[in-house]
Write a protein that binds this ligand. Structure first.
Ligand code: CP
Length: 316
């Protein structure tokens, strides 16, 4: 595997191997001596964090995870503004130039769907897709799946409710594709008509034989959920004519996970969110033991360390 571009490229076997490595790194990071030992693993290797869009979790977890494996990390946190993209340089030329500096891995977040694939097409260095427009976010989907495994102890026979802005939300798109690898999962997509999950994802689920339904009624969906995966309105992707200041983009009242929604859910269900959360999960939900979204974010570092390890092993 040279690049990580799409959730579809992973198999249950490769996912299991990544999760075992993530467990290994998680255990090592809890112990002072073992944590220091990890620093010798990839000394001299370099990771470039090239982010054309803003990020907290993805950029910092790759940065910190790579450093905890002994790597050098360089990058830019807003390449649209702070790289020569602002002067008109193409993504392809930027990737070609970074290749000349011979890093080990390029982690790329790009605002255009397909940006990671375009980069990989001109790059000898492995590209990790850290989110491309309204396309995919495969590393997020892997950490989401890792979190489901951690809390539910299985990846099949799950009722998973995926809700929010599903037409623009790349994390939901990638997670649905990963869940389709496993048997007898049932997905319920909850969204308003203008935010429905893409036809390409529905076709993929049909091809894989994964059952799914679409609804606008949150409470019905919540009752039977093992996993509730909630997402925000992707305000930054609203097209012209719909443009509004960020503070005016609010989750529809009927789509907020709050005390009423909690009362509808099973005691064993878990509530996930890729974050950032805006107003679609009420702060009071944070105190509920079913809310696992901060642990989910923590898992991102271990899973991304495992992906770095997989790529460096495969390409050494
Ligand atoms: N979930 C996620 O991708 O978060 P960031 O945009 O902060 O990286």
């Amino acid at each position: 595997m040279k690049d990580v571009l799409s959730a579809q490229q992973f198999t249950p076997d490769s996912i299991e191997a990544i999760f075992e490595t993530a467990d290994y790194f998680q255990e090592h990071l809890q112990d002072d001596i073992l944590r220091r030992a990890l620093l010798g693993l990839y000394t001299g290797e370099t990771l470039v964090n090239l982010f054309y869009e803003r990020s907290t979790r993805t950029r910092l977890s790759f940065d910190m995870g790579a450093k905890q494996l002994g790597m050098i990390v360089v990058g830019t946190e807003d390449a649209k503004e702070f790289s020569s993209a602002a002067k008109g340089e193409t993504l392809e030329d930027t990737i070609r130039v970074i290749n000349e500096y011979e890093p080990s891995i390029i982690v790329l977040r790009h605002h255009e769907t397909g940006g990671a694939k375009r980069a990989a097409d001109v790059s000898k260095i492995p590209i990790i897709n850290a989110g491309d427009g309204m396309g995919e976010h495969p590393t997020q989907a892997l950490l989401d799946l890792y979190t489901i495994q951690q809390y539910k102890d299985r990846l099949s026979e799950l009722n998973v409710v995926i809700g929010g802005d599903l037409s623009r939300g790349r994390t939901a798109r990638s997670l649905a594709q990963l869940l389709a690898h496993y048997s007898d999962n049932h997905l319920t997509f909850v969204s308003l008509p203008h935010s429905k999950i893409g036809e390409d994802i529905k076709k993929h689920l049909q091809f894989k034989g994964t059952k799914f339904e679409e609804t606008e009624h949150l409470s019905d969906a919540l009752e039977k959920a093992d996993v509730v995966y909630w997402t925000r309105t992707q305000a930054e992707r609203l097209t012209s004519g719909q443009d509004k200041p960020l503070e005016e983009i609010e989750a529809p009242a009927e789509f907020v996970i709050d005390e009423i929604a909690l009362a509808t859910m099973s005691k064993e269900a878990i509530i996930m969110h890729p974050l950032p959360r805006v107003d679609e999960i009420a702060p009071i939900v944070d105190n509920d033991p079913r809310a696992v979204y901060f642990q989910q974010a923590a898992n991102g570092k271990y899973v991304r360390m495992a992906l770095i390890d997989m790529i460096l092993r495969d390409n050494s």
